[in-house]
Structure formats: structure tokens, C-alpha cells
Design a protein around this ligand. Structure first.
Ligand code: HEC
Ligand code: HEC
Length: 361
């Protein structure tokens, strides 16, 4: 309920600010992009860390106050554990940073089946082999929370390893501070990772979760390739499945790997839920532009019937308010207005517009 209210409130205030919205621009508060699940304050972030990583004797700031400590707590230094590394790709549906991701599925006694992912975000492909060149570090952990149940926890670290409350989510903000819109934990992650529940009332739980790794939205440069990344990306997806994700995330991973037991060694990028067979072009746009976020919130967007029944609200979010896709990089791409991204042909916005016209002229 709360998340819905925030979203509509943001929409209304944007409308009051004067109506016409230019995609890709950074707006005065409330910013519509990446805020569809509400925003958190710096105090929220401090309280969040105290909840998920409480002070203990000798550690007034918790056990994960630096990236090095976070790695230690999560078993990255234990020889019994395998560190699965996937690097050198860019996810064009979300933030547009080059990436290096490392995962540990803990095998140590007492920590078994905890899952931890650290994500290093880079400006350049060539930087992805040197974590010291990261522009930000964002981590997630699936491990016991304050009441003992496993929950999903979100962290942000500076490239120098110190923990921080907020970060920005647009490569344009690296060099242009006017585009550096820094969002606090935990809601800074919620537009894509879902959640937005009050962590104070739910023992640290926001209801946000892990997202699938889908080659449909990965881009490669010259350093590595999809073929080289396939085996470890499959391991990352197996790790995601261990975090008790909602069915939309599970079904996507099952679909990409040919079934529940993940029989395929490599992803089937032509996977399409059977009810989309009549709309392959629209499905492709949904995969590249919407699925990254909408497997975790409002997953009805992945359903063709939803499109047919909600032509009006889709027109509003996409063409009137230009709030979807909800992240700055993906939004500029959807509208073919980013000089740093190759134009899509036909423009994804046209594919959607045509489909909506057919569903309801
Ligand atoms: C604009 C969307 C977006 C935002 C905002 C975002 N993420 Fe992600 N994140 C993704 C996507 C999509 C993936 C799936 C993996 C991939 O494609 O690289 C992902 C993957 C991850 C992973 C690897 C584990 C997984 O879920 O697959 C971590 C860790 C992570 N994000 C941390 C964070 C944290 C922490 C925040 C907030 C500070 C955050 N992310 C905000 C889109 C986002
Ligand atoms: C960066 C993340 C992100 C991307 C990408 C994204 N969305 Fe969304 N979208 C959201 C969030 C968060 C909400 C608000 C969910 C809520 O209110 O609980 C939302 C809400 C919506 C709603 C309103 C749902 C309702 O019932 O109020 C529609 C329609 C929608 N999105 C369509 C799309 C379409 C179509 C695309 C792809 C072209 C897309 N979105 C891409 C994050 C995203």
C-alpha cells in the first residue's frame, strides 16, 4: 500500500510541477526516475544498517563496516568456498555501467547456504579487471536477519572500501554532477530489486530480492564474450534460485535454461512464455526494457493480458509521464535519445505504441 501511495504521490507532484516531462532529465524533488517505490533518507540508511548489521562488542558499526569486512563475513576469504566471478559485461536494461560481479554460496558450518553477491560498477570496459577503478560497489546478502530468518540485505561501499548510505545509478552522473542523483538505502535499490516495505517493522526485511541474469540485456565489448561468461552466469542464476525469489524470477530462470532442473548449459535467449506467441516484437521490448525491474515489482507487466486490459495506464506511464522505463539509462534508450547508445530500430517506444493501438485504437 505504502509503495503505491508514494508512486502516485510522486506522479501527482510531477504533474503539478508543470506537466511536460522530458525523459532523461534530472528533476527537482520528487524525482520520478528510480523513485517509483519511494525514497529513503540518510537517517533511514543509518537505521537500516544498524538493523541488518547491528553493533556488537568491539564493532560499534557492525561487522561489515568496510568492503573487506563484508567479504570476510560472507566467506570470500575461506578456501572452502568458491568465488564465482562474472565480469566485462554491461547490463543495458538497468544502469548502463560496466560490471564485475562476484558470488559466494557459503559452505562453512553455521553459514551454509547463505548467498552473497558483490557488484562493482565501472565507467569503462577496460576498468573491469581492476576493482579499485570501480565507481561504486553494491552488495546483496541472503543471510539470517535480526530475528534469525534469512532475509535479503542491501549494502553500498565506496571504491576505497568504506561503507556509505547512498549512491547514484546513472553513468552520466560520473562526470556530470548535476546528473548525479544519489539515492539512499534501502529504497534506492527498490525500483529494480522490489520491496519498499518498512524494514523497521519487518526485522530488516524490505521484501526486495535478487534478480535473474539474462543475456538478452548484456552487452559485450572486446575483453570477453557471452560464450566465455555462460558457465559462470548459470552459477549466478543458481545462486539467485537459492534466495527464495518470487515465482516471476524463478520462471524466468527456468525458461532461460529449458525447465525446472535447468537442463540447458547455455541460455535460450529466444525463450518466450507461450501466451506471448502472438506478440514476439512486443515481448522483446518487455524483455529488454521492462523485465529487469518487473520480475520483482508489479510482475503483471510480464503478462500479455495485463497489456490488453491496461492500455490506458500503460499509455500514461510510458507516453504521457514518460516514467517507464524507470531508470535514467534505460529511459533514454527507450526514447532513442542517448548519443552514447546505439539507436534501436524500430525505436522501442514505436513498437509499444503500435501494439497499444492494436489492443485499443
Ligand atoms: C535500475 C535498476 C537497478 C537498481 C536501481 C539497482 N539494481 Fe542491482 N541489479 C539490477 C539488475 C537488472 C540486476 C541483475 C543482474 C545483472 O543483470 O547484472 C542486478 C543485480 C544486482 C546484484 C547481483 C545479485 C542479483 O540480484 O542478481 C547485486 C548485489 C545488486 N544488484 C545490488 C544492488 C544494490 C545494493 C542496489 C541499491 C543500492 C541496486 N542493486 C540497485 C538492477 C538494479
Ligand atoms: C528501473 C525499474 C523499472 C523499469 C525498467 C520499468 N519499470 Fe515500470 N514500474 C517500476 C516500479 C518500481 C513501479 C511501481 C510499482 C508499484 O507501484 O508497486 C512501476 C510501475 C509501472 C506501471 C504501473 C503499474 C500500476 O498498476 O500502477 C506500469 C504500467 C509500468 N510500470 C510499466 C512498465 C513498462 C511497460 C516498462 C518497460 C517499457 C517498465 N514499466 C519498466 C519500475 C520499473
Amino acid at each position: 500500500m505504502k509503495t503505491k501511495f508514494n508512486f502516485k504521490a510522486a506522479l501527482i507532484s510531477v504533474a503539478l510541477l508543470g506537466g511536460s516531462i522530458t525523459s532523461g532529465a534530472v528533476y527537482s524533488s520528487p524525482f520520478p526516475l528510480l523513485k517509483a517505490n519511494g525514497v529513503s533518507t540518510a537517517q533511514d540508511a543509518t537505521d537500516y544498517y544498524r538493523t541488518i548489521d547491528p553493533p556488537v562488542a568491539g564493532h560499534p558499526n557492525g561487522l561489515r563496516y568496510t568492503q573487506a569486512e563484508w567479504r570476510e563475513v560472507n566467506g570470500f576469504n575461506d578456501p572452502a568456498n568458491e568465488i564465482v566471478v562474472v565480469g566485462g559485461h554491461k547490463n543495458v536494461s538497468d544502469l548502463g555501467f560496466w560490471r564485475r560481479i562476484e558470488m559466494v554460496i557459503d559452505k562453512r558450518w553455521g553459514k551454509r547456504r547463505n548467498v552473497a553477491f558483490t557488484t562493482y560498477n565501472f565507467e569503462f570496459e577496460s576498468d573491469t579487471t581492476d576493482v579499485k577503478k570501480a565507481k561504486s560497489i553494491v552488495n546483496m546478502e541472503y543471510s539470517p536477519g535480526p530475528n534469525g530468518d534469512r532475509i535479503t540485505k542491501f549494502y553500498i561501499y565506496n571504491p576505497d572500501g568504506t561503507r556509505k548510505a547512498d549512491t547514484f545509478f546513472d553513468p552520466d552522473g560520473i562526470n556530470d554532477l548535476t546528473k548525479q542523483d544519489n539515492l539512499n538505502l534501502p529504497n534506492g535499490c527498490a525500483a529494480c530489486h522490489g520491496g519498499g516495505e518498512d524494514f523497521r517493522a519487518h526485522s530488516g526485511k524490505t521484501d526486495g530480492g535478487f534478480l535473474a541474469f539474462d543475456f538478452n540485456v548484456f552487452e559485450y565489448g572486446t575483453l570477453t564474450s557471452r560464450a566465455a561468461n555462460e558457465p559462470n552466469v548459470k552459477k549466478l542464476n543458481q545462486g539467485v534460485l537459492m534466495t527464495d525469489p518470487p515465482s516471476a524470477v524463478k520462471n524466468l530462470i527456468y525458461g532461460l535454461y529449458g525447465g525446472k532442473s535447468l537442463p540447458l548449459a547455455t541460455q535460450n535467449s529466444d525463450y518466450m512464455p507461450s501466451d506471448w506467441a502472438t506478440e514476439p516484437a512486443l515481448w522483446k521490448v518487455v524483455v529488454t526494457d521492462c523485465l529487469g525491474c518487473h520480475t520483482l515489482s508489479e510482475s503483471s507487466v510480464l503478462n500479455l493480458n495485463y497489456w490488453k486490459l491496461h492500455v490506458g495506464s500503460l499509455r500514461e506511464q510510458l507516453f504521457e509521464y514518460r516514467l517507464m522505463p524507470n531508470s535514467p539509462y534505460a529511459n533514454r534508450r527507450f526514447w532513442n535519445m542517448d548519443p552514447n547508445q546505439p539507436p534501436t530500430t524500430p525505436a522501442h517506444s514505436d513498437t509499444v505504441r503500435d501494439a497499444l493501438k492494436r489492443f485499443r485504437p
